[in-house]
Design a protein around this ligand. Structure first.
Ligand code: IVH
Length: 675
């Protein structure tokens, strides 16, 4: 028989270790589900053996240690955690305890999605944000005010009718599309990638330089007002109140009458989970009446009036059939695992990026291994771990090739970098990926020139660098495999239209290392022309706020190449726009220019025709169906499946009010002086 005292000790140590990995290092080694299982095992053992109880056991604590580097903040009202339940029976027991405690037959709950981010607390004095802090260990967090101030969802000043002092709690998170973009940029740049949006949010919030946080596009939801009982009767009322003060409150929240209603909410949200543009790991159930909340009170680590129900992790087992190499546009060689296809939460997964050589070593993934995989961020599959117990000895280790599998040139791995790169700037894979990037949506946005289009054009020998795109004739295009006359004409006009793109698109499209779309916008609005950017010295670049040494060096090195300058010269000769007009017309045109709008649901202030005509008159396009190409979805009342599809794709969704504001900003309608 195992010695319970030793087992308890082991579990406590393991949990402390994983707490540190998760809360302090933002680099967990095990999944949340595995962590929860360890915690449950510990709690069960401690309950069975009360003589082993210890007030310093991790089961008694709410989080990890505060990281050094930020000033500590003592939470006047401790930031407690929530009890977790994992099945219907435990949720019903929670309800039974609440009903017993309140003496009521049925109680009203507020059910909310459980956002997978980072808990924060904001304190306002004289209606101004004075301190923003992370949870830390629940009593002492880190002062991250400067970083939080960069998040747009966080009001810095409250309206005049707000209470002068208030504390509001919520969750900082990263939206799935922002996470995907950040990781793609990091992968290209050979930087370590974040395992999931939660880690990306944590890593971005705990930056010593707020500029870095600002560049990461974090978001926040607010879900708890500790002293609301002084202001209002219900939690629902408190959420509506803070919403009216400018805090972002989740739209999916719902009042539930009784636990059966909560279970229906759980199922509905589980179904919508993949379509939400942010990551959730369950739901949170809170007693609605604040007087009853006060009656039930708190245990040492969580409120008795609330609980979290966690969804099962979306994981599956499969076999690694092969590890293949993909070469990206900057020549980075990315090892990619090819699996025996397997369904993970309803989606078939057959590949996952293994990022780089170190990652493969750290996870010790071998060809032939049985692995546990999961869809992190709901969309990107990842290897959680190798099932070592299933090893037969037949597995083969992956070896990074010494030459590029696409062109045979040497590959190098520079000191301090995780990435291995092909040195040949004319490597066909680099040219192909560079062209795909050039034509992609955030870059020159050439419709019809996706990955397969580029491959077919390259195969016909019609292009050798991006400038060749602009000398393609309709007749040539029409002869390309699987391209009819009509598509050739469409492609030719999309190419033609892209010449008039704003400058930042071209700057981004060139694929300068470390220059993502946001940096491209910054550079374009600072220099206003390609000539000025090309002539900029390292010091000129460094003087721009938010541009650091890495970007500045990379831009200088890009323009020092004769080949790059020649390509830009040819693009200019083809008539591609190389400068932006004056500020006024640029910012006005930019928000609509070439953007695809979909209107859905019923609008109240504009007719559908007026709304569509306004977008078109400002250079926008209107479409009737939602797809990845859609830029904005304007959703009126009772919007249905199109709105759901837009959420699924993580598109920008606007209310009619937002759209009117956008028209106002573009000068299309007079500013609304009333109301
Ligand atoms: S309420 C006293 N509501 O989950 C009640 N928490 O596992 C305070 N979380 O520490 C928390 N979504 O960081 C609440 N809708 C939600 C939430 C939520 C995510 C986080 C929060 C909390 C953790 C507990």
């Amino acid at each position: 028989m195992i010695d319970p005292s030793r087992k308890v000790q082991e579990l406590r140590e393991a949990i402390r270790h994983h707490n540190c990995r998760y809360y302090v290092l933002d680099d967990p080694e095990i999944t949340d589900a595995e962590y929860d299982a360890l915690m449950r095992e510990l709690i069960a053992l401690e309950e069975a053996h009360p003589e082993l109880s210890d007030e310093n056991s991790p089961s008694r604590r709410v989080g990890g240690e505060a990281a050094s580097g930020f000033e500590p903040v003592f939470h006047e009202i401790p930031m407690l955690s929530l009890d977790n339940v994992f099945d219907e029976g435990s949720l019903r027991s929670f309800d039974a305890r609440v009903r017993r405690g309140t003496g009521l037959d049925q109680v009203e709950y507020v059910a909310e999605p459980k956002i997978d981010g980072l808990g924060i607390s904001l304190s306002y004095r004289d209606r101004k944000l004075v301190v923003g802090a992370t949870r830390g260990d629940g009593e002492r967090g880190e002062n991250v005010t400067a970083n939080l101030r960069t998040i747009r969802a966080i009001p810095l000043v409250l309206p005049a009718d707000a209470p002068s002092s208030i504390t509001v709690r919520g969750e900082v998170y990263m939206r799935k599309p922002d996470f995907a973009r950040l990781n793609a940029e990091r992968e290209e740049n050979g930087e370590p990638m974040f395992a999931n949006p939660r880690n990306a949010a944590a890593g971005s919030l705990r930056q010593f330089d707020p500029k870095v946080t600002a560049s990461r596009r974090l978001d926040a939801f607010f879900y708890y007002v500790p002293m609301a009982v002084d202001l209002i009767d219900t939690h629902w009322g408190a959420l509506q109140l803070i919403r009216s003060l400018g805090f972002q409150v989740n739209k999916e929240i719902s009042v539930c009458r009784g636990i059966d209603d909560v279970l229906r909410f759980r199922d509905r949200i589980a179904e919508a989970r993949n379509t939400l543009p942010y990551e959730i790991d369950g739901i949170v159930v809170k007693l609605n009446r604040l007087d009853l909340q006060r009656e039930l009170g708190f245990t040492s680590h969580s409120p008795r009036w609330a609980t979290a129900y966690k969804y099962p992790a979306v994981q599956a087992q499969t076999i690694v059939r092969d590890v293949v190499i993909q070469v990206g546009r900057t020549g980075v060689l990315t090892p990619t695992a090819v699996f025996e296809p397997v369904s993970v939460g309803g989606v078939t997964v057959s590949r996952a990026s293994l990022h780089n050589e170190d990652y493969v070593r750290a996870k010790d993934v071998r060809i032939g291994d049985a692995v546990l995989i999961q869809r992190a961020g709901d969309v990107i599959p990842e290897v959680v771990r190798v099932l070592l117990e299933k090893r037969t000895g037949e597995e083969r280790e992956f070896v990074m090739p010494l030459t590029c599998p696409e062109c045979g040139a040497d590959v190098v791995r520079e000191a301090g970098e995780a990435a291995t790169r092909c040195v040949n700037i004319s490597c066909p894979a680099r040219i192909r990926e560079g062209m795909i990037h050039f034509a992609s949506r955030d870059a020159m946005d050439i419709d019809g020139l996706g990955p397969s289009g580029v491959e077919r054009l390259l195969a016909c020998g019609l292009m050798s660098d991006v400038a060749d795109i602009y000398s393609l004739a309709v007749d040539q295009l029409a002869k390309v495999e699987r391209m009819g006359r009509k598509s050739a004409e469409n492609l030719a006009s999309a190419i033609q239209a892209s010449k008039a793109n704003p400058l930042y698109r071209l700057v981004f499209a060139l694929g300068i290392r470390h220059v993502g779309v946001n940096t491209a916008k910054l550079l374009a609005s600072h220099f206003r022309s390609m000539d000025a950017l090309e002539g900029a010295a390292y010091e000129d670049l460094l003087a721009i706020p938010m541009v650091g040494d890495v970007v500045a060096s990379s831009v200088v090195s890009f323009f020092s190449s004769d080949q790059n300058r020649a390509t830009i010269g040819r693009l200019a000769a083809a008539g591609v726009r190389m400068r932006d007009e004056d500020e006024q017309t640029r910012s006005r045109a930019d928000s609509f220019d070439g953007k695809v709008f979909v209107f859905t649901g019923s609008l109240s202030r504009l007719t559908r025709q007026q709304a569509e005509a306004a977008a078109e008159s400002l250079g926008g396009r209107v479409s009737s169906s939602v797809s990845r190409k859609t830029d904005y979805v304007v959703a009126g009342d009772d919007a249905g499946s199109k709105l759901a599809r837009a959420r699924e794709l993580g598109l920008a969704i606007m209310s009619e009010q937002d759209y009117l504001k956008m028209l106002e900003d573009a000068g299309a309608i007079p500013a609304d002086g009333g109301e």
